[in-house]
Design a protein around this ligand. Sequence first.
Ligand SMILES: C[S@@+](CC[C@H](N)C(=O)[O-])C[C@H]1O[C@@H](n2cnc3c(N)ncnc32)[C@H](O)[C@@H]1O
Length: 266
Amino acid sequence: MASTPSAERVASDGSPYPDRSRPSFEHDVRAMFTHIAVRYDWFDHLASVGNDFLWRPRALWDLDRFHAGAPRRRILDIGCGTGDLTVLASRRFPQAEVVGADFTAAMVERAEARTVRDANRPRVRYARASAMHLPFRSGSFDIAMSAFVARNLPSLPDAFHELRRVLAPTGTLLTLEITEPPSPLVGGLFHAHFDRVVPWLGAAVHSAGPYRYLPESLKFLPKHDEMLALLHRVGFDRVISRRQSMGIVTAYLAGAAAPGPAPRHR
Ligand SMILES: C[S@@+](CC[C@H](N)C(=O)[O-])C[C@H]1O[C@@H](n2cnc3c(N)ncnc32)[C@H](O)[C@@H]1O
């Protein structure tokens, strides 16, 4: 059983409440995901009103088209959580070996448990790893992906550099995230839900800190065009986005046409 890291910053009910401006941010994010791991899946379905069942398969469908014609032998799902996207990717790409990696032990344990009886289990492997220091050789994956992880990272450019490093010359990066919808009307409904309903629901059925952190974490993400520009800056030369649910969620797809940069962290 994984030990529970105690958060340095907590909400009034004692639950972890990460604050990006504090040095303990990364540690507190891990404490938060350890704290919510057991109920993560069902609260995810509840908070997204079931839409999350559509978001990941649709993003993989977009990825499949974007990556057409390129090898898909090894796939990395970073921040795999309980393994939703990892398992879906193993089904979508039946020739691939899929590695799900996450820095929260409690999440990796749940991912392992849910995959144990899956027919694709022999091609799926899980590991503890931080997106900021990936323990993989440069150029070792054809596809790297993450779902709902980007807003939790201490530095998105550094994480993208690291993901770019582990991708093969023809590799593709998929980043799926909750995003600000372009329509003000949809944006109003989106903020009412994420800024008010989700934190209230989270505190009522689980704990306060993580679900107050959720809307705060979204403010950190670069806006749509800035995200595309950032992906270009870290060395991807083919970058597109595919919005879902009127822009509440966006899949960013980035293709590398040249070998990745030298490692930045070692
Ligand atoms: C919101 S959950 C998403 C899980 C999964 N990708 C999904 O689609 O349900 C975010 C996950 O990212 C992981 N995570 C956050 N920061 C990370 C980091 N720096 N390195 C690795 N994993 C990280 C957390 O432990 C958590 O499991």
